[in-house]
Design a protein around this ligand. Structure first.
Ligand SMILES: O=C[C@H](O)COP(=O)(O)O
Length: 270
């Protein structure tokens, strides 16, 4: 098994590289910087925080070869087709990802939901495939700006999570990281969600899982916040009861920011 598989008691820090890095030289450079940063951490920080990087498919093998095995590897997607793996030229199966040393996949990101029109049903289908292949899933859910304006944030989140949770077996919840990503809070120039709101949503999601599935499932999964998290604001979220980590975009490409966010997360947990 990949080294960090199932270490769900650790706080989670996912790094979604998106398509930010487009050359192998830059990939190697970032991997080397990540290795140096990881070596500089204390034992306690390493024990408390799981760092997971999510490069594009084409770099996964290269990153796994170059990066310390103590940093988890996740893909940004899996198998873009519904149904069995027959005649799906150009897709990537969960088994392929497992064999490369991935421990998880990122699913449901707003880029894929909103720009590539992925439905809740397709995401749920992919989630089942990933889990049954033994992978973990970082499931991103989030409301669009208009849904927030109209007071429909919880309705949107409930729908996205409800469809996804149908595909999760009771004993698989410890392989789930839920990333709450208010879409209006992502990317350059966006205002991050306030810590109060992130906690309100986190606690709502935890209660929803408790009610619909079980208290064990709600305790086993990790709830993270994502959207403009950086070294300056991480502390405001890290102390929240229902925030067990972050998924970062831009900050994940800068190892000085990552170092600081890991310090903040580790200091927030006893
Ligand atoms: O997957 C990451 C999110 O889209 C957040 O990106 P960001 O941290 O650059 O706002």
């Amino acid at each position: 098994l990949p080294q960090n598989h199932d270490q769900n008691k650790r706080l989670f820090l996912g790094c979604n590289w998106k398509c930010s890095i487009e050359t192998t030289d830059e990939v190697d450079e970032l991997c080397d910087a990540l290795n140096r940063m990881w070596r500089s951490l204390t034992k306690d920080e390493k024990r408390k925080v799981e760092l997971c990087v999510n490069p594009p498919f084409v770099y996964l093998d290269r990153v796994r070869m170059r990066l310390t095995g103590e940093i988890s590897l996740g893909s940004q997607n899996v198998f873009d087709a519904r149904g069995p793996n027959i005649g799906n030229t150009g897709t990537t199966t969960a088994k392929m990802l497992r064999s490369l040393g991935c421990s998880s996949v990122l699913l449901g990101h707003s880029d894929r939901r909103n720009n590539l029109y992925e439905t809740d049903e397709l995401i749920s289908d992919k989630l089942k495939k990933a889990l049954s292949a033994g992978l973990g899933v970082t499931l991103t859910i989030g409301e669009l700006p208009y849904q927030r304006r109209w007071g429909l944030a919880l309705v949107a989140l409930r729908k996205q999570l409800s469809v996804a949770m149908k595909g999760i077996e009771p004993d698989e919840w410890n392989r789930i990281v839920i990333a709450y990503e208010p879409v209006w809070a992502v990317g350059e120039g966006a205002t991050p969600c306030s810590p109060e709101e992130a906690q309100r949503i986190g606690s709502y999601l935890r209660r929803l899982i408790t009610k619909r599935v079980s208290p064990d499932a709600a305790a086993a999964c990790r709830l993270t916040y994502t959207g403009s998290v950086n070294e300056k604001n991480a502390a405001e979220y890290a102390s929240l009861e229902d925030v067990d980590g972050f998924v970062v975009g831009r900050a994940g490409l800068d190892t000085t920011s990552l170092r600081s966010i890991i310090y903040t997360l580790a200091s927030s947990s006893e």
